[in-house]
Design a protein around this ligand. Sequence first.
Ligand SMILES: [Zn+2]
Length: 292
Amino acid sequence: MLKVFTMSLAIMSMAACSTFQTQRAPNQETKVVLKDQQGAKKEAPEQATSNGPKEITRVSPEDTAPNTQAKEMKEAVAAAAQHIQSTHDQHPREAGPVPADKAMGWLKNGNARFTKGFFRNDGAKAQDRHRLATGQKPHSVILSCSDSRVPPEVVFDQKLGEIFVIRTAGQALDNNVVGSIEYAVSHLGSNLIVVMGHESCGAVKAALSSLQGADMGSPALNALVADLKPRLQQYASTTPSENVAHESWSNVDGVAKELIERSAIIRDAVASGDVKIVKAMYHLESGNVEWR
Ligand SMILES: [Zn+2]
């Protein structure tokens, strides 16, 4: 049975940074009181995504992942401040406060919440807009398809300021896409890059038909599928797999590889050990994100 809890909490959040210059996050102080419907106090985890007194209603007491993410954010900020201090002289970029592995854990937890229908209520209120108005520090960059069924903020249950998203049909690459990822990595401190495809991708299907000689009907559409075609060449004469799943994975694999090849900024960031590129596939029916 679901219980509804009301949390009253006050948090001093990390100060937002300049858009073009990262800076160490200040110390945070957290005071949290959690009450159930009868008013009995309970222990509550910190919510680093909050920055002032607020009311939060949780849909399930078992769904602790949102609070886990917030608490870990606070810990990550402190750890990153120490890390930046110790490595500033060696690396041209300053790693953001959230290590890649932790960011990936948050995305996995968020996807689990999405599939269960338990969404965070924090992180999207006026005070959050105010906190983020002067800067951002997204923990992850996500390159995904523009398909209306695959919005990363929804399928990962992430809120304002938390993920930097680039979407093109079929994750098609061009300099604008690569440059956008470079910007997040080099200026915003994002340490995780996710390349996410999905089942039944129309762009992948179009590129497969293009391999058979089909014309897409416009120069722009032909250019889009032309970017995908080399990554699907091995399927030029085969029967498409169910939901073009194999072909979509091949596209994702190729995009991740090309990001390294095309971008010295991304390549150096990965080589530094701070930045990771991970590959993912979204399943339309289950809502699950599969990782590689
Ligand atoms: Zn698609």
